[in-house]
Design a binder for this molecule. Sequence first.
Ligand code: GAL
Length: 636
Amino acid sequence: MSRAKRVFWTGWATATLLAAPSLAWGQADPLQPTGRWSANQDGQAALPPMGWNSWNAFYSDVDEEKVLASARLIVEKGLAQAGYRYINIDDGWWVRRRQPDGRLVIRTDRFPSAKAGANQQTSFRPLTDRLHAMGLKAGIYSDIGRNSCGQIYTPSFANQPEGTIAEREVGLYGHVDQDIALYFGEWGFDYIKVDGCGIRGLGPDTDHVRKGNYRVLPPLIDMNALDRTDIPAVRALYGQVATALRRNNPDGDYIFSLCLWGSADVRRWGKDLGGVSRTSDDISASWTRMLTNFDSSATRAFYAHPHGWNDPDMLFVGAGDFDANHMTEARSHFALWAMLNAPLLIGYDLRKANAEQLALLGNRAIIALNQDPAGHQAIPAYLSDDVQIFVKTLADGDKAVALFNRTQAPVEAVLTAAHLKMRDDRPISTTDLWSNERGSFTGERKMTLAPHQTIILRVRGERRLANGSYLSETPGDVNPAEDGTVPLADPTIHHAPVPWQSTRGPGDHPQYSGWGGAQPDRAPFGQPLRVAGKMYDTGIGALANSRLEVRNHGRSRFAATVGVDDSALNGARSVVFEVYGDGRLLTRSAPLRRGEAPAAIEADVRGIKLIELVARSDSAIGEAPPIAWSDARLFG
Ligand code: GAL
């Protein structure tokens, strides 16, 4: 959407009658309650996928023996038992698109079992059969454009597609149905990662197009300018893949992984289409690059749910800053990914793994956090550039807390009962998940974190809210179906040098959209939640003109204290807060402005499955004031 195309809302009462701005595609008024959970529920990613991927270990220098060796070790070393199941082949497997019928041809010099007969007939079926016989699942890689990332961005790549221009068009563009039927129907894959380089790097003025290497494809994505990205067109292409996957997998046994590196405002819509969606550009085996990738997912807990996880990229445990000599860093990387409900995809040549590394990857207590059935991503309880605290609500009522030292010096951290939303006058019992040491504290506990260390505890205590939970404790049950944002890049993400550029050029710019999205326990641009001077340490901060879908698991009452957040720039705008139950209006506040006392609202939600929290304002799109659903909770 162009920010020039501003639409004014003429008032909350008539807002539903207005033709909607192009904020939520295919829906007339994005604030109109639907009574329906709109985030993706298709496929097999009810829990974050676990497995192995060839890319970080081998880049495009992948072959059958490497894939099978890792698969065998995953079984033999007990990692399959610990939950690792998907064995995913990344870029480098294809040799050409056969002409004239367009069937893809596998590089049989690398994958000998794929050789299936005359006329370049190849098949991955023997390999996927083998993986399935080992109790594993198989994953494949493609691109949404005509050409792949390796072709466009990595000229020195091993295993480039070969032949004429048409033969080298190995991506899905124009072949979605044909390729998805081949991968899933004929070859038996269970997982696909769909990259986006082909719709980004082949503009008319690029070297590749000028030299006649590849056909022009006017870019739909501009990584540095969301206004120059055709977001609806990108979404539509990925939507075609989602549809083809459903059609070709009647048993629903597939995972769709979107790889758009946080571009094209994918944070808002990727969760509606796929099982996992990348939030940043590629990770590398560097501590600071890991921070970048972590940050791109860490403040997006409301945008991750069962069947739609944030993906900060694959694990680099085993290499570089996370190698056998850097186990503190490796443990931090692994534990943080677990806390974020990130896919746990090993990116290491397991033939080189020692016992300690295998033990880390197989750590059941940490994996259990990632695979917890409630599916709540950890939320930030304390943020600074140096030390951070993340808290994750677990299905059995426990919480997991990670205290993370990002710096190279030791730091002292204090964990408080307030961080955990537990009572500060009752003991809180703790289990250190690295040492298994048990303990207990009341009120607060001081800890010293070694450089780069993450202390990770499982805790149990008396909840501050005895008979229910705050919505910010259960982000997996909250979906910002419409979050009132215009696509803005998030400036708070760590800016590491981009590994493949070093310090050439001006450095990393904010590029991953999401700034201003709904936040647990904070205002949408990171300020504290505060209404008319009163601070709230709990609640949902969002922009007005938003609609949040909330799953209710049998609670009978909803309550919150609502108002326009003090961080609003424009004090003149009014906001009305509405609560719907299964599509029916339950309660509505009077119009509220910044500085006005917050309103307590409460609703009977007995028997209601889906609650919708709507904040309507009379402001222009892009100028909606931050609002607070303070202490929003379900109880009884
Ligand atoms: C990148 C992607 C990587 C890897 C690579 C293959 O775009 O983010 O994870 O798949 O392409 O060329």
